[in-house]
Design a protein around this ligand. Structure first.
Ligand SMILES: Nc1ncnc2c1ncn2[C@@H]1O[C@H](COP(=O)(O)OP(=O)(O)OP(=O)(O)O)[C@@H](O)[C@H]1O
Length: 266
């Protein structure tokens, strides 16, 4: 279980960008975080894995307090937090398999990592997961020879190699075309349930948030102003989250009817 209590983040002397946020995520739920640009969505995710230092408040993952961890303890805790990014963050010159195995870096010795002598159990797990997401035939291909959707699948498998207790996804579909975005969202939803893994997804596309996640958290100016199921996420919620905010294109959100998801393989 992820339990965030009274989380505040202030960059320098500026106004806080997270203002006393509380959020609990249990079981294998898939939670989307929506909000206008600057609402604090990325900051929230990055506080969880401590890529950003919280100013105050508490973050617990399955009972472990994350905020005060340092050094080796923090590294150990980070293994349990998988993360997927908008830009995939793969190492282009390495193969798919090498990228995937890098998800084990927190577990294997430096010698094994440098010499790329990963235990057979890691290699088996890598193949199993690559097969699950449909990229096993690319194992020996360079990462930069894959399409965006394939690259994001590699990133998802790399995160799963960590044997995470939670998966964080920061705009995982923002660089993908609509159909591929749906496939990735559908994949994340399926993996959450298969692996009993909570997944937190920052996403701008509210239609996809409603389609592929169990719960939507709406943020505005660093505060949570909506927390409910997709069915409760109506035009009023949308107006409360985005209303009156100067909007470059994607912030002029409206609720669309469900896009055709046919052919979206999971
Ligand atoms: N490293 C930083 N230093 C100073 N201010 C920052 C830093 N990172 C983010 N901010 C500010 O914090 C606020 C929240 O940013 P954040 O990236 O968390 O929002 P967001 O909701 O994820 O936005 P977007 O959807 O555009 O990614 C913004 O005003 C941003 O300018």
């Amino acid at each position: 279980m992820l339990k965030i209590s009274n989380l505040e983040k202030r960059y320098g002397k500026n106004e806080p960008v997270l203002k006393g946020l509380d959020l609990t995520v249990d079981g294998s739920s898939v939670v989307s975080i929506v909000g206008a640009s600057g609402a604090g969505k990325s900051t929230l995710l990055r506080c969880i894995n401590r890529l950003v230092e919280p100013t105050s408040g508490r973050i617990q993952l399955n009972g472990l307090d994350l905020v005060d961890l340092r050094g080796a303890e923090l590294r150990r805790a980070r293994r349990k937090i998988g993360m997927v990014f908008q830009g995939f963050n793969l190492i282009d010159r390495l193969t798919v398999m090498e990228n995937v195995l890098s998800g084990r870096l927190g577990y294997v010795s430096l010698y094994r990592a440098i010499t790329r002598k990963y235990p057979q159990s890691d290699i088996d797990r890598a193949f199993h997961l690559m097969e699950r997401v449909g990229i096993d035939h690319y194992a020996n291909k360079r990462a930069d020879q894959l399409s965006g959707g394939e690259r994001q699948r590699v990133a998802v498998v790399r995160a799963l190699m960590q044997e995470p207790e939670i998966l964080l996804a920061d705009e995982p579909t923002a660089s993908l075309d609509p159909k591929t975005s749906q496939q990735i969202m559908s994949l994340l939803q399926a993996l959450a349930s298969e692996m009993d893994l909570p997944v937190l997804i920052n996403i701008h596309n509210v239609t996809q948030a409603r389609m592929y996640t169990d719960r939507i958290v709406g943020m505005r100016h660093g505060q949570m102003i909506f927390d409910g199921g997709p069915k409760d996420f109506n035009q009023d919620a949308l107006d409360a989250i985005y209303g009156g905010i100067e909007s470059p294109d994607e912030q002029g959100q409206t609720i669309e009817t469900a896009p055709a998801a046919e052919g979206a393989s999971v």
